[in-house]
Design a protein around this ligand. Structure first.
Ligand code: ADP
Ligand code: ASP
Ligand code: MG
Length: 418
């Protein structure tokens, strides 16, 4: 019997009417002869509200209690979904992370799944029940509730699909697939019928929040076929033309550029004239690593006399103050000045065809130049080019690049002329 995992995001379970509508889709999948496990997010806005309650009590809270609070939205929707299914005559049971159990590490707020003890859930599915898992939550090594990071229900769904050896993992959301860029920013964005795991991973890491980064990592590692679908469309599962996230080998027509993403709220720090000697970079970054500050693009430029070097790197804007005070208090290195800019955005173009096509970077730099958008830092990988620009130009840059690479709907046939 085919086994599928279907996940409904926050807007798809935003109220009782939407939960009922999602339940109708689940029932239709059951009637088609599938064993179905459902993963639900909290109702839209609820997790934000719960986070806000924690912040109102204290700006920095005990991470275990934070997780106890913010995981609770999914408990509500999993129970409501089970009730909605029961009302439709389908056997259903809700599962919290600890009941499965979804065993995680101890990094509260951004826990990683270590393993899933899915035996009891498999039995429930084989017994004809729909299992409804509360997404986003797991159990720490010390048996406390953990959460998987914002957007983590995607990861719950893919992890469950992997452990249940499901035939598909359908991610129902408020857009009908993965687009060439966020369709809310560029209405002319085009839906991609297929995207490779690698491209989706880069797009998710570079700001396309349609799938959580770790869910894509997991899908790629465990070879889980993931479909992104609209929960507002009447069709279900493979009847619907969503986006299939799959192995590169399954994609016949490889795009040179598949998508453009943007990550707002980036900050840049520059250390001027640091002494140029072995080990200096390690002394600069060690205190940041110890404080779990995630450092991203790093550029080091040695001065022409070879004695000093400038080091520039980026961090999330929320980590800027911590970063600056750690650097200023560090006695392990000396520099002339620490400069910073907290109003930047990182715009990236992603595409697997870049591996074998020249000229993608040239198009990007020319386009930004034409729009008089200054580039602060550039970083590349095999299938991505990212630039750091002033945040105020972010949307203009995305629109201009989207057009320059011919990604719009109307330009479908002669796209990717980078
Ligand atoms: P859910 O609550 O279902 O998990 P999210 O809000 O996390 O949904 O993700 C869906 C949103 O992702 C869309 O509403 C869209 O604005 C945004 N998004 C960003 N980039 C893209 C993209 N390239 N393709 C589709 N959606 C995108
Ligand atoms: N409810 C959680 C969040 O808002 C998890 C999710 O929606 O995926 O981040
Ligand atoms: Mg999401």
């Amino acid at each position: 019997m085919p086994r599928i995992v279907v996940k409904f995001g926050g807007t798809s379970v935003a109220d009782v009417a939407r939960i009922e509508r999602a339940a109708d889709k689940v029932v239709r999948e059951v009637k088609r002869g599938n064993q179905v496990a459902v993963v639900v997010s909290a109702m839209a806005g609820v997790t934000n509200q719960l986070v806000e309650y924690c912040h109102q009590i204290a700006p920095y809270q005990d991470a275990q209690e934070y997780d106890a609070v913010v995981s609770s939205g999914e408990q509500v929707t999993s129970g409501l979904m089970a009730l909605a299914l029961q009302k439709r005559g389908v056997k259903a049971r809700s599962w919290q992370g600890w009941q499965v159990p979804i065993r995680c590490d101890n990094s509260h707020g951004r826990a990683r799944i270590r393993d899933i003890g899915g035996e009891a859930m498999k039995e429930s599915l084989s017994g004809g029940e729909v299992a409804v898992l509360a997404g986003f939550q797991g159990l720490s090594k010390t048996n406390r509730i953990t959460t998987l990071g914002r957007g983590g229900s995607d990861t719950s769904a893919v992890a469950l699909a992997a452990v249940l050896a499901a035939d598909r993992c359908d991610i129902y959301t408020d857009v009908d697939g993965v687009y060439t860029t966020d369709p809310r920013v560029v209405p002319a964005a085009r839906k991609l019928p297929m995207i490779s795991y690698e491209e989706m991973l880069e797009m998710a890491s570079m700001g396309a929040k349609v799938l959580q980064v770790r869910s894509v990592e997991m899908a790629m590692k465990r070879d889980v076929p993931v479909q992104v679908l609209s929960s507002f469309d009447d069709a279900i599962g493979s009847d619907m033309p969503g986006t299939l996230v799959t192995k590169e080998g399954n994609i016949m027509e490889k795009e040179i550029v598949s998508g453009i993403t943007c990550q707002r709220n980036e900050a840049k720090v520059t250390l001027l004239n640091v002494q140029n000697k072995p080990g200096v970079a390690a002394t600069v970054f060690a205190p940041l690593a110890a404080a779990k500050v995630n450092v991203d693009m790093i550029v080091q430029n040695v001065g022409h006399d070879g004695k000093t070097t400038d080091i520039t790197f980026t961090v999330a804007k929320t980590d800027l103050q911590t970063t600056l005070s750690l650097l200023e208090n560090s006695t392990d290195f000396e520099c002339e000045a620490v400069l910073s800019n907290g109003s930047l955005a990182r715009v990236s173009v992603v595409g697997i065809g870049m591996k074998s096509h020249a000229g993608v970077a040239k198009t990007m730099f020319e386009t930004l130049g034409r729009h008089k958008i200054n580039i602060h830092v550039i970083a590349t990988s095999e299938i991505k080019i990212s630039v750091l620009i002033d945040d105020s130009y972010a949307e203009e840059a995305i629109r201009a690049l989207h057009e320059a690479y011919g990604l719009e709907k109307s330009n479908h046939d002669d796209k990717n002329n980078g």
